[in-house]
Ligand binder design. Structure first.
Ligand code: ZN
Length: 85
């Protein structure tokens, strides 16, 4: 089980959090269907360290930046997402 340390609430189970898709995956309303399908279903899934956006949905509601290894699920850093970051 992946454990995430929320800066407000402490260590919690992954089930309390929601992974949020990166902003660059937003699809324009007038995008061709091929572009929408490619964006929704064929995302890159690189192996290694990645900065990810998570939300403590079933806790304090904070938005978090996690530095997580996509293969081992090790979490190296957690930080609050600040406005404009
Ligand atoms: Zn929290």
């Amino acid at each position: 089980m992946l454990l995430i340390t929320c800066p407000h609430c402490g260590e919690r189970a992954q089930a309390e959090f929601t992974y949020e898709r990166p902003v660059q995956t937003v699809i324009a309303l007038d995008a061709p269907v091929e572009v929408a399908v490619e964006t929704l279903y064929n995302r890159a899934n690189p192996r290694g360290w990645s900065w990810e956006l998570w939300r403590h949905t079933h806790g304090c509601g904070a938005w978090l930046k996690l530095h997580r290894h996509t293969a081992t699920h090790e979490v190296a850093a957690v930080a609050l997402l600040e406005a404009g970051a």
